[in-house]
Design a protein around this ligand. Structure first.
Ligand code: PHE
Length: 344
């Protein structure tokens, strides 16, 4: 029977063709040439109408089996192609994670503010302080109210503070973390709290809308100004790697009483007067003071039993002094030529 032979030869041809396709797309196209709607096998079945019942039976069976065999063949070829593709991709994308690489000078570096923050943290942890954190978006209570800022204190003015639409604010100082410490820690304790702060300010060489501070707080029995000065001097001589002279001036902050501005003798001119210290011989560096009794009470402590000191260290200012940088805007500029000067 000629048709029977035709069917058999279709399979032989399909076997040849399908086994040599290069990818799945070709496979699908070729498959249709045999068993698609207009494929060779389908076309043959169309002429079966003129055949006898017996012939139809034989041919029908043969055609069905062939169709099945071709489908199986397609399936096998597809699996084979998929595996090959996988192998090739694996080889191409092979990536030796242990292969030594040559380090280029395109590596990033740690920002000078982060470097000095790490130093400050190391100094204070060696003195038995622990490090505390707090959120940048704060409540008015933590940033102002519990720090004894009365309702109309000028620092609460919208000139200085960024408010969020849901009634919170971007903390204007890390002193907000003092409030969290008082509320959450059991005295006696010593903490520092580094962090980013925000102020609504006109930007110039010495003012930015965001900068970094480290808050410090010690709460215990009979804490005095002597403890405060000793701690500050230890910090400063560690940071500047030399003994630094300090002086205290009165300073006003609602959450400390008495409050001070701690100045250091200018390291550039040793107090003689130069452009860095504006010819005064001194640099204003560290606001500090004894914790106001009202703040201790707000924090849930009995101010007759507990005392403490607090200070706020400006990290940007410290970096600027150490390296003689005259414009704070460099620190937040993301300028690579600037940052490359502080590799670490
Ligand atoms: N939080 C104050 C400021 O940012 C600084 C300060 C901290 C003053 C701790 C006294 C004690 O201006």
């Amino acid at each position: 029977m000629a048709i029977l032979e035709d069917i058999q030869s279709i399979y032989a041809e399909a076997e040849n063709v399908l086994n040599s396709v290069a990818n799945e797309e070709e496979l699908d196209n070729q498959k249709n040439l045999f068993i698609g709607k207009k494929g060779k096998l389908t076309n043959i079945l169309k002429v079966m109408g003129s055949l006898s019942v017996e012939e139809k039976k034989t041919l029908g069976k043969e055609a069905n089996e062939t169709q099945k065999k071709i489908e199986e063949l397609v399936q096998n070829v597809r699996t084979k192609l998929k595996n090959e593709f996988y192998e090739v991709t694996l080889k191409q994308e092979f990536f030796d994670v242990l292969k030594p690489v040559k380090l280029s000078d395109k590596r990033g570096s740690i920002h000078p503010v982060s470097q000095i923050q790490a130093e400050v943290e190391a100094i204070f942890t060696s003195l038995g302080f622990s490090i505390m954190d707090g959120p940048e978006v704060e409540t008015d209570e933590n940033n102002f109210e519990a720090l004894n800022f009365t309702g109309d204190h000028p620092a609460r003015d919208t000139q200085d503070t960024f408010y969020t639409t849901d009634g919170k604010l971007l903390r204007t100082h890390t002193s907000a973390i003092q409030v969290r410490a008082l509320r959450n820690l059991k005295p006696p304790f010593r903490i520092i709290a580094p962090g980013r702060v925000f102020r609504y300010e006109e930007v110039d060489a010495s003012h930015e809308t965001t900068f970094y501070q480290v808050e410090g707080m010690v709460v215990g029995k009979d804490i005095s100004i002597a403890h405060l000065i000793y701690t500050m001097e230890t910090l400063l001589s560690e940071i500047f790697k030399e003994k630094v002279k300090t002086r205290l001036r009165p300073g006003y902050f609602p959450f400390v009483e008495p409050g001070f501005e701690l100045d250091i003798q200018c390291l550039v001119c040793k107090g003689k007067g130069c452009s860095v210290c504006k010819h005064s011989g001194w640099l204003e560096l560290l606001p500090c003071g004894l914790v106001h009794p009202q703040v201790l009470e707000y924090g849930g402590l009995d101010s007759k039993e507990w005392t403490g000191f607090a200070f706020g260290l400006g990290l940007d200012r410290l970096v600027m002094m150490r390296y003689g940088i005259h414009d704070i805007r460099y620190l937040h500029s993301g300028n690579l030529r600037f940052l490359k000067q502080f590799p670490a």
